[in-house]
Design a protein around this ligand. Structure first.
Ligand code: HEM
Length: 533
């Protein structure tokens, strides 16, 4: 009996030894695999770039250059230099490590975050090649897309390859110039509540100067425009959807989605909130689609809103994939994409415009004079808007100095040639738009000054290298809503300037902040009064 027990014990010990050796072997194999596929891969990528003469800061084993980035950022926070608004290039406070390395390594350099290998590309010729590259092998960085998935799904903003191309074909025609012209009426309508509110604020002050923080008003205007353009007859449901999308964006903007590590992705509670909002938004959009289907899709073309057109496009395009689910995903994701792309960036651009116009009242006067000449009856329409050259120049100059989108980014989805550089699969490319827009070699010694007159004969005459002016990107992935945004900005600025004069309030604190796009961190406070034409 005792012998049998001892024998069993020995067998058990033997088994345990075999199991632990197997586990150990598995672990060693796993780490070897990780070392080979992840770490060595990143070393190989860097070597391929270095062999082409590209340099950059030396990365550490696991974290790449993240620690150095953090250190440089902390130093920059200790010595803020925001006093001169216009001369202040926000990259020096928001992304100081890029400035630091640019001084050391020039306009193209390598760096890594964790095991990801990046290439900073701010040399104008290469920026042009990268943006105009037609190959589907260059796409939007997939790791950023994954992090933004609850907001944007696999819609046009972040998808890649054939799927992106199909979506672009369906959505692009809805933003052609004649379609945008037809939306001027709804833009004028959307601006009315903002104008009324500002007039009321002045009345409350007995007709004297009133202080206003403009940002929420402009965001509201922009959300209203996009809700009307997108949802038309289902406008009130559109507003509900958009207010939930705004909450989603608020929650997500607290997460580091560009360079941070996954450990920072937010607590479980936040993830739960995100999933819950995602489900609510999806079901609201889908309810609206169902209503449309019940009403019948074929309304007269003048009544067609973006949702309807996306709907027809999705239903009739077989290439999107089989089944209702893929059409459903297409519709839901693209409604979210158009909301995010369309509402936030335009609202923020309008805030920056008012900030710089408040600093430069002479440009308010010039716009006012032109408005009086072009539409003496005060009635704006698509034709008169097209003749407003001064306001166009001002918007172009604001978007040069304060482009809301800070980056153009790409990932080499396959080995790709960009200009004279071979980009190995897996490398991420980043162009910092504001730095390019203030490069004195491109714009001249006055690059840091607000001078809208530089655009008097268009972008090609304003600088040495027009392809380096990219507030809306360039090439196959250029912004689809560029015309839409420009017309919307012209509408709201013309209306504001025709009714009010304004200056910067002492409350204004210059602090650009990066929350997916670059916005005035503490808002734009202005002092307004009625204008006397
Ligand atoms: C001032 C306002 C705006 C700015 C500064 C802006 C800027 C940009 C930029 C920089 C890109 C990326 C280009 C690239 O990666 O190469 C982009 C893409 C896009 N934008 Fe805009 N945008 C604005 C307004 C709008 C509006 C109003 C809409 C629609 C209503 C819109 C729709 C899109 C879409 C759909 C894309 C993705 C295009 C693609 O990947 O094929 N944008 N925008």
């Amino acid at each position: 009996m005792l012998l049998a027990l001892l024998q069993n014990y020995h067998i058990w010990i033997l088994e345990m030894r075999v199991v632990s050796s197997l586990v150990l072997l598995g672990l060693v194999g796993f780490f070897l695999h990780l070392y080979n596929t992840v770490w060595l891969k990143s070393v190989r990528l860097r070597r391929k770039l270095q062999m082409q003469g590209l340099k950059g800061p030396t990365p550490s084993l696991l974290y790449g250059n993240l620690a150095e980035m953090q250190k440089i950022q902390l130093q920059a926070q200790k010595s803020p230099n925001h006093s001169e608004f216009v001369a202040h290039d926000y990259t020096s406070s928001l992304f100081p490590y890029f400035e630091h390395w640019r001084k050391e390594y020039g306009l193209i350099y390598t760096y890594s975050t964790g095991l990801r290998q990046h290439l900073y590309v701010n040399q104008p010729e290469l920026v042009k090649e990268m943006n105009q590259c037609n190959s589907l092998d260059l796409g939007k960085p997939s790791y950023v897309s994954k992090r933004l998935a609850p907001m944007l799904g696999n819609g046009i903003l972040r998808s890649n390859g054939i799927f992106w191309l199909q979506q672009r074909k369906i959505v692009a025609p809805e933003f052609f110039t004649d379609k945008v012209k037809a939306m001027v009426g709804l833009m004028l309508e959307s601006a009315q509540p903002l104008l009324r509110k500002w007039e009321e604020c002045i009345e409350v002050q007995g007709g004297m100067r009133a202080e206003i923080q403009v940002d929420e008003h402009l965001r509201g205007f922009s959300a209203d425009v996009i809700a009307r353009a997108c949802f038309g007859s289902s406008y009130s449901k559109g507003k509900e959807i958009f207010s939930k999308l705004r909450s989603l964006q608020e929650i997500m903007s607290h997460q580091p989605f560009l360079f941070g590590s996954f450990s920072n992705l937010g607590g479980l509670k936040r993830q739960k909130e995100i999933s819950c909002l995602e489900r609510e938004i999806e079901s609201l959009i889908w309810e609206t689609v169902k209503e449309r289907e019940r009403e019948g899709l074929e309304t007269s073309s003048s009544e067609k809103d973006l949702l309807q057109l996306i709907l027809v496009g999705a239903m009739s395009d077989q290439s999107l994939g089989k089944g209702k689910d893929s059409s459903k995903r297409f519709i839901v994701d693209n409604c979210k994409n158009i909301y995010f792309a369309g509402h936030e960036s335009t609202g923020v651009a309008a805030s920056w415009c008012l900030m710089l116009l408040a600093l430069h009242p002479e440009w308010q006067s010039r716009i006012r004079t032109e408005l009086a000449e072009v539409c003496p009856d005060g009635q704006l329409d698509a034709n008169s808007l097209a003749q407003l050259k001064t306001i166009n120049m001002v918007i172009q100059e604001v978007m040069r100095l304060y482009p809301p989108a800070a980056f153009v980014s790409r990932e080499a989805l396959e080995d790709t040639q960009v200009g004279n550089i071979s980009i190995p699969k897996g490398v991420y490319l980043w162009t910092l738009i504001p730095t390019l827009h203030r490069d004195t070699d491109i714009w001249g010694q006055d690059a840091n000054e607000f001078k809208p007159e530089r655009f008097i004969d268009g972008v090609s005459k304003a600088c040495k290298f027009p392809q380096a002016y990219i507030p809306f990107g360039l090439g196959p992935r250029t912004c689809l809503g560029k015309n839409f945004a420009m017309v919307q900005l012209k509408v709201v600025l013309s209306l504001i300037i025709s009714k009010f004069t304004f200056s910067l309030s002492p409350k204004y604190r210059h602090s650009p902040a990066f929350k997916m796009i670059v916005e005035p961190g503490n808002g734009v406070h202005i002092l307004i009064q009625k204008s006397h034409l």
